[in-house]
Design a protein around this ligand. Structure first.
Ligand code: SF4
Length: 241
C-alpha cells in the first residue's frame, strides 16, 4: 500500500489491484442502511429527456449546481430547442452559458455532441430514445463515442433519463467510496464505474449514488471530513477521530 499526501494534506492511499479485496455484500448493505437512516431513499423517477441530461452534465463540469442550473436555464430560454442550439453561432451559445464557467470549452463541446448525434448514419436526428431499448453496454458504447463524453456522463444519461442499471461516479462518490474501501483507492475512473455497478444492489443504483454523493457534500468533505459526526465512522477505515 503506497501513501501520498495531496495539497489539502489528506492522506491519499493507493491499493494495487493485486492486493485489493472487494467489499462483501453484507458490508455494502450495512453502509447503504446507515446512509439511508440519514438521507432516506431518494425518489427520482426517470425523466426520459436524455439530451437534457447530456447537456446538463456537460454544464456541470468544474462548477457548482447553482451555476450549472443558471447556465442551463439561460440556454433553454435563449433557444427554442436543441436543434437551434446546434445550429446557432458558437458565440451565442457561449454567451448563454457563461455563468456556468469555461463557457468557450463547454459551448464548443455541446455543439459538437449535438452534431455528432444528428449525424448518426441511422438518420435518427437529435433523438436518443433508442437508448431506452438498448442494453446498458450498447448505451455506454454509443454515448462514450460522442465527443468528450465519458463513463460518468453516459451513466447520468442512462440512469437519470431511463432508470437503466448504470451508476455515475463523480468526485464525491469516488472519494467517499475509497475512504470506506468499497472502491479501490487509486483505481482509474473506468474501473470505479465497473465496481460501483457490481457492488450496487440491483434496483438501488440511484440510492447508493445519491446518498454517497450527499454524504460527500455534507459530512465526508474533501479537506476536513467531519468524522466525529459521521454515521459511518464505526465502519470506516479512514476515520479521523
Ligand atoms: S468516518 Fe470520516 S472519512 Fe469515513 S466516511 Fe465518515 S466522514 Fe468520511
Amino acid at each position: 500500500m503506497a501513501r501520498k499526501t495531496d495539497a489539502s494534506g489528506d492522506a491519499l492511499v493507493t491499493i494495487p489491484k493485486g492486493e485489493w479485496r472487494r467489499p462483501t455484500r453484507r458490508r455494502v448493505v450495512g453502509i447503504r442502511d446507515k446512509l439511508r437512516s440519514v438521507y432516506g431513499i431518494p425518489i427520482m423517477p426517470p425523466h426520459e429527456q436524455p439530451l437534457d441530461e447530456l447537456v446538463l452534465t456537460v454544464l456541470s463540469q468544474s462548477t457548482n449546481d447553482r451555476n450549472r442550473d443558471v447556465a442551463y436555464e439561460r440556454l433553454r430560454e435563449r433557444f427554442d430547442d436543441w436543434e437551434a442550439v446546434m445550429e446557432a453561432p458558437n458565440a451565442e451559445v457561449e454567451e448563454a452559458i457563461r455563468p456556468g464557467g469555461i463557457s468557450k470549452v463547454k459551448s464548443k463541446r455541446i455543439q459538437e455532441i449535438l452534431r455528432a448525434i444528428d449525424d448518426s448514419p441511422e438518420g435518427r436526428g437529435l433523438d436518443l430514445s433508442f437508448l431506452r431499448e438498448a442494453t446498458v453496454p450498447e448505451g455506454q458504447r454509443y454515448l462514450c463515442s460522442l465527443p468528450g463524453v465519458g463513463r460518468k456522463t453516459a451513466a447520468c444519461v442512462l440512469l437519470f433519463a431511463y432508470g437503466l442499471r448504470d451508476v455515475p461516479v463523480d468526485t464525491h462518490v469516488s472519494r467517499v467510496g475509497m475512504r470506506l474501501r468499497i472502491l479501490r483507492p487509486g483505481a482509474p475512473f473506468e474501473e470505479l464505474h465497473d465496481e460501483m455497478l457490481d457492488l450496487s444492489p440491483r434496483g438501488e443504483e440511484l440510492e447508493l449514488h445519491v446518498n454517497l454523493l450527499r454524504h460527500g457534500r455534507r459530512t465526508c468533505h474533501a479537506r476536513r471530513p467531519d468524522c466525529p459526526a459521521c454515521v459511518l465512522a464505526r465502519v470506516c477505515p479512514s476515520r479521523q477521530l
